[in-house]
Design a protein around this ligand. Sequence first.
Ligand code: PMP
Length: 366
Amino acid sequence: LEGRKINFAAGPAKLPEEVLLKMQEEQLNFNGLGVSVIEMSHRSKEFGALLNETISLIRELMNVPDNFEILFMQGGGTGQFAAIPLNLKGSHDHADYIVTGAWSSKAAEEAEKYIKVKKVFQPSKPYVTVPDQDKWVHDEKAAYLYYCANETVQGIEFTPTAPESHNVPLVADVSSNFMARPFDFKDHGVVFGGAQKNLGAAGLTIVIVRKDLIGKQQAITPAVFSYKEMIANNSLYNTPPTGGIYTTNLVLKWIKSKGGLQAIYELNLQKSGLIYGIIDNSNGFYHCAVDKSYRSIMNVCFRIGGAAGNEDLEAEFLKGAAERNMISLKGHRSVGGIRASLYNAITLEETQVLATWMNEFQKAHS
Ligand code: PMP
């Protein structure tokens, strides 16, 4: 599309053009109602239908088992860092945390306000892998075992399966790989993420909760953060992010039109494989520090000019990328380097533009 950049942002991130065009088309008049979705009452019959359809689409595409509820909340992934211990503590005294990067670290830190946090291993920086599961210290009395399915900053993804649960409910932060691949709900108690990377706009947080875990909230739990309250009101306890739900509705239909999660996953493997392939065949010119077994298919993080990175080369790479229409490739400030976020909406063709530039850039510097 004319004037559009190739947007590798980590989130908020690129949305499919088909979705943006549909929003544009419906902006003045949604379904012949003479108003846009964001101008409608959240209690209207029409909005209720849109909300329920969105829930059904999530259930269908992710194959969410019947014993899970799907909630629309606000406060982002960060809000859930607090909501999880607030809702799941029950009579437990602590929760177990797997810290594999910046986001699980933040989650553990926030949780400490509401529950005793135990880390199953001592995290060590720089984060580059998921330590050997045999050596973790587990406790079957934990309220839950928390992990981040994809560390957005470091590019570390739990693959191909979730951690061993040791008979406590798993809590997964899927903010940056939501519907990037088929998901197995086995052993999970809560699966949550913000919509602003793979599923839509910032402001909507999707929380999928196992029914038997509902009702264990602490007395101080704010109503808007209470799973029980949200479920009792079909996510309409207060005004939900109506525009966000609408955007996600369209993204879900787009995912369905692409063949669902298996098809999306295969494409994601192809896209990330293309970039990792260049890194691995670059004789060290490009360097990805992440353990190969846990490399993210969403956020490909690498340095240029060796393992430590050469900041001048990286700046030149980013400048050349911008001249070729590619934006938001700068790594997170805490780790530096380059980060190419290849969320679902990024096409293979767009990934190929990046691949071509990487090859060209290396050639020019060897
Ligand atoms: N978890 C992960 C894995 C993330 O990538 C992010 C945001 N980048 C968050 C949590 C925090 O989400 P939010 O900004 O929606 O609070």
